[in-house]
Design a binder for this molecule. Structure first.
Ligand code: ZN
Length: 63
């Protein structure tokens, strides 16, 4: 009985959970995007959030 061999690429794909953008069809990369937020008291706080980056939004992420 033939066994379907999983290639290394398949394995990596499955483990990294690649998301494809519905708009451009490109693979999105999940990165930690750090935002600087000015609080009402005048100090600056940094907040990190995970965002998926592709051609559509990379221009605004990588300023
Ligand atoms: Zn896109």
């Amino acid at each position: 009985m033939p066994r379907k061999q999983r290639t290394f690429a398949d394995k990596v794909k499955a483990e990294t959970h690649v998301i494809y953008c519905p708009k451009c069809g490109g693979a999105q990369q999940s990165i930690l995007y750090v935002q600087s937020i000015k609080t009402s008291s005048g100090s600056v706080k940094f907040r990190g959030k995970n965002v998926n980056v592709c051609k559509c939004n990379q221009a605004e992420i990588y300023k």
